[in-house]
Write a protein that binds this ligand. Structure first.
Ligand code: ZN
Ligand code: ZN
Length: 279
């Protein structure tokens, strides 16, 4: 245990960015998330780069939208620029977005919109948005749900807009599911299939996000015991590049990024394995 802790603190030095954060501009924020307070927190934490990535659907993309996304277009999330008053020279601030990928087909951002942002995170596993992201009939069916995740991941890597995808957010983690459901999803996908997916991400130059929100309350040993470590190890073996993201939905969750040190140590990557945006 002691050994683990000292190794983790070594890996802590690689935790120098967080490019997945939600402010009050994301309607699902649990608490008031104000850009300036995030900046102060990131400075205190010694990060070099902080990225804002509120949920966004580009209104140029025609699709039957949920009320959640009708309200969160580019004009809405870009208000962040006028909200930042905190001056900082210690920290590089990036303005991006977390968009959406529906039915393994429709991406929620146009080329012209992506050009205006510093980075674009795309999830393929917001599969709790039933009949929007994933057909409802696949829910609670491990085989169909895991097949959908593989299909949607591959579709993103082959998408005509793939060069605009900075990283795939929380890859293969089905959102809003309990950990035993997630474990069954990971188990249902073979090493070979994961490797095909990650090879495709590597070839498309799409980053793999190390998202720390799922392990917020876990110890090092609990993280190490998760089947998700097999998933990320296979991504590393394929030679994928990574980005770090707390997926904080409020100030108190920004500290979750510290868990990235545990994950990096367990899967055996360093800052050399980061995507170029955060190097
Ligand atoms: Zn997400
Ligand atoms: Zn998010």
């Amino acid at each position: 245990m002691k050994e683990n802790m000292s190794e983790d603190s070594n890996y802590r030095r690689y935790v120098d960015h967080d490019i997945h954060t939600h402010t009050h501009l994301s309607l699902c924020c649990h608490e008031a998330g104000i850009a300036d307070t995030y900046i102060k927190d990131a400075e205190k934490r010694g990060l070099r780069i902080l990225g804002f990535s509120d949920h966004m659907w580009d209104n140029k993309i025609n699709y039957p939208l949920t009320d959640f996304y009708k309200a969160q277009d580019y004009e809405h999330i870009i208000q962040i620029k006028s909200e930042i008053s905190e001056k900082t020279d210690k920290l590089k601030i990036l303005i991006g977005a977390e968009t959406e990928f529906c039915m393994a087909d429709t991406l929620g951002i146009s080329e012209s919109c992506a050009e205006k942002l510093d980075f674009v995170l795309v999830p393929h596993s917001h599969t709790h948005m039933l009949d929007f992201v994933m057909p409802k009939e696949y829910d609670n069916n491990i085989e169909k749900h895991s097949d959908y995740l593989v299909k949607s991941f591959m579709a993103l890597c082959r998408h005509p807009m793939r060069r605009y995808i900075t990283a795939i957010a929380h890859p293969f983690v089905p959102i809003c599911k309990k950990s035993d459901y997630c474990e069954r999803i990971y188990e249902a996908i073979s090493d070979n299939t994961f490797t095909e997916c990650f090879d495709a991400a590597r070839d498309a130059n799409i980053g793999i996000e190390i998202n720390t929100s799922w392990c917020r309350k876990l110890t090092h040993d609990q993280i190490a015991a998760s089947g998700y470590m097999r998933v990320l190890k296979l991504a590393a073996k394929s030679g994928c590049k990574f980005s770090l993201g707390s997926d904080a939905h409020g100030l108190s969750e920004l500290g979750t990024i510290e868990k990235a040190a545990d994950i990096m140590q367990i899967i055996g990557i360093t800052d050399r394995d980061f995507i170029s945006l955060v190097k």
